[in-house]
Design a protein around this ligand. Structure first.
Ligand code: PRE
Length: 87
């Protein structure tokens, strides 16, 4: 601790490091999810299927909603939109 920083300042800096690590991991996972989603979409279209799987989308949104509530459902919808584009 230097002369001007308090124990709270030190702890906040430490916790921000944890948040930065969480964010980096989330970004990596979102990028991975996007790549996987796009590959599934390409495979489905190439084999004559539909662009979307609405039943599957409902499962994904329900999982986020159950774990994280309304904001989770919104997050799930953003992730879906990232992979398949806007409806
Ligand atoms: O699981 C699929 O079939 C996908 O195409 C992936 C995914 C997703 O990103 O989770 C994307 C679009 C579909 O409408 C449903 C789900």
């Amino acid at each position: 601790m230097n002369a001007t920083s308090t124990p709270a300042d030190e702890r906040i800096a430490e916790l921000r490091g944890e948040i930065d690590a969480c964010d980096a991991e989330l970004i990596r996972l979102v990028q991975r999810r996007l790549a996987v989603s796009q590959e599934i979409g390409q495979l489905r279209r190439d084999s004559g299927g539909t662009r979307l799987s609405l039943a599957r989308e409902q499962q994904v949104i329900a999982r986020f909603q159950d774990a994280l509530g309304a904001d989770g459902a919104a997050l799930g919808m953003m992730l879906l939109r990232q992979g398949r584009g806007r409806l």
